[in-house]
Design a protein around this ligand. Structure first.
Ligand code: SF4
Length: 381
């Protein structure tokens, strides 16, 4: 049986095609994770470690916490982590996450607001129609035997409003899970820590709200399962595409790329285009690379191929070729031009002559052959 999660449902809601790649086809993404998600992960790890020291009655100092953060930042680093917002660099995110952790420590030290009973705690939820969901609660605290708190750390740059918190699905599901696992609990506070803003947002749910949510979630899962069965999982372009790890494998951004060689060749085209090697040499090298790209495009039946920073599109170019001087078509064309009182030296430019009407252009077209070629157009991703 498929065990659903809040993030799995959100993936479907944001983009059914991303859902297909991640959960149905289980495709390995070609792009690395984003720096926002990396930083969020390290902040979560640091706060988990901090509360672990609290639980073990060996509270870490702020310096120890920051040193743990620094050490995790280095040891977990992945070379393919991506920065999407070009105005920021890796250090900006590292420092931001460090500041969040520091502010959090200063706000809550000595961390005796409640008793922590679970860190990164996975709980399963039984839905009314027999389906199952699971969720990982960042921190579960106990205020009393019947009063618990669900804590969730958010590193996002957007602070939610109370009205949004009051209908948030993720923490509602966690509340449902806690009620199922701890039947003695009557009150559950849902608490979001927006660490960037040093802010807490709180909400609660009553039993009716949770029952309603359970039914809505069943309906939502039914909808997803029908879409999967019908293979009805289309792309859904949005701002989130910039952050999507499947962008290179998405038909909206250049179809499936199945060869590292393609990426290498496009990256080479970019570097030669931007290099300052002598123009004559550049033309020759570029032609060789472009020919290779055209071949890849043909073989893979894709017009657009994607590299690390740019995409290359193979576009058709249609050109009218004038008849060779001296052959019959050429003489006839000259006669026609004379009848039009036109004297045109360079025939290849005839269709760009401003004094030529559309009607005249149409009557001249028959003297020209059409030649189809292709060109490679490079564009930044
Ligand atoms: S790039 Fe955009 S449209 Fe394509 S799978 Fe990702 S989110 Fe969906």
């Amino acid at each position: 049986m498929v065990v659903y999660s809040h993030s799995r449902i959100v993936t479907y809601e944001n983009c059914p095609y991303q859902y297909k790649l991640r959960y149905v086809d289980k495709v390995v993404p070609l792009l690395g994770g984003t720096i926002e998600s990396y930083m969020g992960g390290i902040v979560h790890e640091a706060l988990e470690w901090l509360y672990d020291t609290v639980v073990n009655h060996d509270l870490a100092t702020k310096e120890e916490l920051l040193s743990y953060y620094d050490q995790r930042w280095v040891s977990r680093w992945k070379e393919d982590t991506r920065v999407i917002k070009s105005e920021f660099d890796f250090d900006h995110y590292k420092k931001s996450g460090r500041d969040y952790v520091e502010k959090y420590y200063e706000r809550y030290v000595p961390f005796n607001q409640a008793v922590t009973i679970g860190l990164e705690k996975r709980l399963y939820i039984d839905l009314p129609d027999g389906k199952k969901m699971s969720g990982i609660i960042d921190r579960l605290d106990k205020k009393s035997k019947t009063h618990f708190e669900v804590h969730d750390y958010k590193t996002s740059s957007r602070l939610i409003e109370q009205s949004q918190a009051d209908i948030d699905r993720q923490l509602s599901l966690y509340a449902m899970a806690v009620h199922q696992h701890y039947p003695e609990v009557e009150t559950i506070d849902l608490i979001w820590h927006f660490v960037k803003f040093d802010a807490e947002v709180k909400s609660i749910r009553n039993k009716n709200q949770l029952q309603e949510l359970a039914l809505e979630t069943c309906t939502k899962i039914d909808m997803i399962e029908t879409a999967v069965a019908d293979s009805d999982l289309p792309t859904s372009k949005s701002m989130l595409c910039d952050w999507c790890e499947y962008r290179k494998q998405c038909p909206e951004f250049g179809k499936t790329v199945d060869s590292e060689e393609i990426i290498e060749v496009i990256d080479k085209l970019v570097s030669i285009t931007q290099s300052d090697i002598p123009e004559d040499d550049k033309v020759v090298i570029l032609k060789t690379i472009e020919d290779k790209i055209k071949l890849f495009a043909q073989q893979s039946r894709q017009k657009t191929l994607v590299g690390t920073t740019h995409k290359a599109t193979v576009e058709d170019v249609f050109e009218r070729i004038p008849p060779d001087q001296g052959n019959l078509k050429w003489y006839n064309l000259q006669t026609e031009l004379k009848n039009m009182n036109l004297e045109i030296g360079d025939l290849s430019n005839v269709f760009h002559t401003p004094e030529l009407s559309e009607k005249q252009k149409n009557s001249l077209k028959g003297y020209f052959d059409i030649e189809r070629s292709t060109k490679v157009v490079l564009e930044k991703l």
